[in-house]
Design a protein around this ligand. Structure first.
Ligand code: SF4
Ligand code: SF4
Length: 330
């Protein structure tokens, strides 16, 4: 949540924005305007990448202020898109939790984006899959300027996961893990141990070093926007790459400088915000880095950029498939 006591109105957050043309002076003025309760037109140019909150040196969470004002203005919300997303992702019917055992893996609705065999094999052995809308994290609605719906649904989604009785839950989708961390930051007690997919993969690989054969590939990593709110796990990507014998391509749009995949805003908003041009810049940068391919942590990013990457001659890899390749399962 935006904390005005931490914000010294330095403007660094917006000066760092890759999608709008602020400097520190105009950025400071813009944050001041938002903090005073105004809803300026530039809110509609935000692509909701969370980078401003990652940038803030005082952890004042400016994106929270931005999304609050987006919702107040009403101009950012696309009612047809919101209704379509509710139809697609909101839980339907009664929830009867199935016992998950000690360890579960949350596949939410994201499992359906990738081939079914993605979450099989030794990497996922012993994990009970939690699939479907009841486990959907709703972070999507932050990308749509609908913060209140996300906040309303966050608690029930966590309760449904907890009701499975799992002591430890591996989150495949970066968004879902981020929701858990946001809840923890807001003081919500999480009655299971949340584990990010990257942490699970790193630990599995470290326990099975003998199974690994280096894949010898250079890969451009596509960092999901949600990772900007959980940046402490960034080092895990480097560890995994090292363990499987991959090189993380040195490129302009990685780490704090990564670009949104363009999936965030839905097709209509993405077109309005010219996300196609940013996708092209992103792919061109990956090609220029000399990478053999792109590595994705988020299946949605892979869906948004995969075809353009392939057309540019790049391989496309979901992160756990890279690990599977290193242990001979692909
Ligand atoms: S939110 Fe952070 S970066 Fe932005 S103006 Fe306030 S202190 Fe500076
Ligand atoms: S969320 Fe991203 S696009 Fe929006 S103001 Fe912050 S940095 Fe810019």
């Amino acid at each position: 949540m935006y904390d005005p006591k931490k914000c010294d109105l330095c403007g660094k957050c917006l000066a760092r924005c890759q999608y709008m043309d602020f400097d520190e002076k105009s950025g400071a003025d813009a944050i001041k305007e938002l903090a005073s309760g105004k809803t300026p037109e530039w809110l509609n140019s935000c692509i909701t990448c969370f980078a401003c909150s990652e940038t803030c040196p005082n952890s004042a969470d400016p994106f929270d202020l931005i999304v609050t004002r987006m919702e107040q203005s009403g101009a950012y919300l696309d009612p047809a898109l919101v209704a379509a997303m509710h139809g697609h992702f909101s839980p339907k019917g009664d929830y009867t939790p199935a016992p998950a055992g000690e360890r579960a893996v949350s596949l939410c609705t994201i499992y359906s984006v990738l081939p079914p065999e993605t979450f099989t094999g030794r990497l996922f052995e012993g994990l009970t899959p939690l699939r479907g809308r009841f486990f959907f994290c709703h972070i999507l609605y932050l990308h749509m300027g609908n913060k209140s719906f996300f906040e309303k649904e966050m608690g029930p989604a966590i309760e449904r996961i907890a009701a499975t009785g799992a002591k430890e839950v591996v989150f495949v989708h970066d968004d879902c893990y981020t929701m858990i961390r946001m809840a923890q930051n807001a003081g919500v007690k999480i009655p299971f141990k949340p584990v990010h997919l990257l942490e699970h993969l790193r630990d599995w690989l470290k326990s099975n070093l003998i199974s690994i054969k280096p894949i010898n590939k250079t890969l451009a990593y596509q960092r999901p926007c949600a990772s900007r709110l959980t940046a402490e796990k960034e080092a895990l990507v480097d560890e995994i790459f090292e363990l499987i014998g991959a090189k993380r391509a040195e490129r302009e749009f990685d780490r704090e400088n990564s670009l949104c995949c363009g999936q965030n805003t839905g097709d209509a908003l993405a077109a309005r915000k010219n996300m196609g041009a940013f996708q092209d810049k992103n792919i061109a940068d990956a090609v220029k880095s000399g990478a053999d391919g792109m590595a994705f942590l988020c299946p949605m990013c892979m869906g948004a950029l995969g075809e353009k990457a392939k057309n540019a001659g790049l391989e496309t890899w979901f992160i756990s498939d890279l690990c599977k390749a290193a242990i001979g399962e692909i």
